[in-house]
Design a protein around this ligand. Structure first.
Ligand SMILES: [Mg+2]
Length: 422
């Protein structure tokens, strides 16, 4: 056993996580001051470019716009952040089952014993996991290795961004001496102030207090647990149950005015499918199920769910399935006001399925063609390339905006649709 790590606990903390995910999803945001939280009027996460300009979390958007007119303020996209979080957990989980999904951008892992199993020191194992996380997510992580959760959290914060800090038992003092009591996990608020008033204004001074001092001052279990961990003991267990993946993507559209036209409604649905599939592909995911619905002018819903034998994020495939079942939700003469699709049971492209019918091969080759679509659309703007079945939705939209000339303004490329083109 490693004398410095009776338990080896790692804390992974995504740097500027939400803003970094936004930058990963949209290359145009890279290198720019990006701020999330547009919907609530205050910054929830900021890129390092924004931090450098003196913007901080919680700052009002109105103030941010004055201080940093070039700031890119975006609406939080928690679904996407959740997908990235789940990928982070999955990568760490390939090393150990003992992982706590602590928050959307943080997790703890217990890698005790892995050094002997892998024939590598803990430091190297952690660096390997960190590299893998950063390579596959495109986001940097602050990482800490220590004998318990409290110290691992201190370590991951010690060297931001992208730092890796190790606190072995014999070095605890060096880290705790300069550390304000308020920086200790769980002691940020009134509890830290209380300790500071009693003379324990650094983590080290608190750790040095004798057991009896805690009793005399009526400190309960929560304080005692932190105190024990600051002294190197492993007290706070990891909560191992998974929060579950963010495993669906939905896209809906309300059309104005409502319509009875089968071809128009089908085309609207096709647009939903294209959008949802594009998002799934951005996250490197495929769906194992599809649901689609139509909503009537009377607000009644008609829906169909389809389970897929082979996962896909290919809109022509999805529209092919929907085409076969469309008349189960559509009735002639009924006025419809909205349509929507949900891609369910999303799995990452890395997951392997049994290739029973050679279908995977076929879908894989289609998958490559949609990489081309995504690249073109990213470069030249959305909807430069789209499905034939979406055409009516697009042209109608542009015409309704009062565009008089050619219904499609941009040079576009229309892709063949597996289903019937109406
Ligand atoms: Mg973070």
């Amino acid at each position: 056993m490693n004398a410095n790590f009776p338990r080896a606990i790692v804390h992974f903390d995504g740097d500027a996580f939400f803003a970094s995910v936004e930058q990963m999803m949209n290359y145009k945001l890279r290198g720019k001051p990006v701020i999330t939280g547009g919907e609530r009027g205050a910054a929830t996460s900021l890129s390092y470019e924004a931090k450098k300009r003196g913007i901080h979390r919680g700052m009002r958007m109105s103030e941010i716009r004055i201080r940093c007119p070039e700031a890119v303020i975006v609406t939080s996209d928690y679904r996407s952040y959740g997908i990235y979080a789940h990928r982070m957990y999955s990568i760490v989980r390939t090393y150990t089952e003992k992982i706590e999904e602590y928050s959307i951008d943080e997790c703890f892992a217990d890698i005790t014993g892995l050094d002997e199993k892998m024939g590598m020191p803990y430091e190297e194992i952690v660096m390997k996991i960190k590299d893998e996380l950063e390579d596959s997510l495109g986001i940097t992580f602050g990482v800490g290795l220590a004998p318990n959760k409290t110290l691992a959290k201190i370590a991951s914060k010690a060297n931001k961004p992208a730092g890796f800090t190790v606190i072995p038992l014999e070095k605890i003092k060096d880290f705790l001496e300069p550390l304000s009591i308020h920086s200790v996990w769980g002691l940020g608020g009134a509890s830290g102030q209380h300790l500071a008033k009693l003379g324990a204004d650094t983590a080290y001074l608190f750790a040095q207090k004798p057991d009896i001092w805690l009793t005399e001052h009526h400190f309960g279990k929560a304080y005692r647990d932190v105190w024990l961990e600051l002294n190197g003991h492993f007290i706070k267990k990891l909560t191992l149950e998974s929060l579950g993946p963010t495993d669906s993507i939905m896209s809906t559209r309300t059309f104005t005015p409502p319509s009875v036209s089968r071809s128009y409604i089908f085309s609207q649905l096709s647009k939903n499918v294209e959008r949802a599939c594009e998002k799934a592909r951005n996250h490197n995911q495929k769906a194992r199920g599809i649901s689609f619905f139509l909503k009537t002018q009377e607000f009644t819903y008609h829906a169909v769910s389809i389970e897929l034998t082979v996962p896909t994020a290919d809109p022509t495939q999805v529209m092919g399935f929907i085409d076969k079942r469309f008349d189960e939700v559509y009735a002639e003469g009924v006025l419809y006001r909205a349509s929507g699709v949900t891609l369910r049971g999303l799995i990452s492209n890395e997951s392997h399925m049994l290739d029973l019918f050679g279908e995977i091969q076929e879908l894989a080759s289609k998958g490559r063609s949609f990489q081309v679509v995504d690249t073109v659309n990213k470069k030249y703007g959305r909807q430069t390339m789209f499905l034939g079945s979406s055409l009516q939705a697009l042209t109608t939209k542009k015409l309704s905006k009062g565009v008089k000339s050619s219904p499609i303004q941009k040079k576009t490329m229309i892709l063949p649709c597996l289903g019937t083109v109406y």
